[in-house]
Design a protein. Sequence first.
Length: 166
Amino acid sequence: MNNPLINPGIGTFFWMLVSFGILAFILIKWGWPAILKSLHSREEAIAASLGEAAKAREEMKHLVAHNEELLRQAKIERDEILRTARLTSEQIVEDARAAATLEANRIVDNARESINYEKLKAMHDLKNQVANLSIEIAEKLIRAELSDKPKADLLIQKELEMMELK
């Protein structure tokens, strides 16, 4: 049972220790700073994304509050027009009531249009972000699939066959 791998000699042990030391020095000198730099840049990117998401969330809260204020003001204006219209004669009351109703509906419609516009804008921005993330994921998946030469050749062959069928 004198296997040199199980019971290494002092010379083998010394050269293994020297090789390990050189490898550790190279990794500490060049590998570790590169890893830390990439981790730091990723951390900054994630922090920036979280900040942007929080900012967007705050903007959405502000828009909702603003839209609620517009609706409240529209209701106040409608009530004022109706109260003023009741004080006048019957014919004037009917004309003022119709005008007030039209004005209130216009204000509410304008507020709804504004709300819908902001909602569509937010949804469009969200869709763009989802599309960008999907493209990045698809790109990474394709790179992973094409990194293996046999898989890449098989994928290209399948695509060529599909093109010939069409």
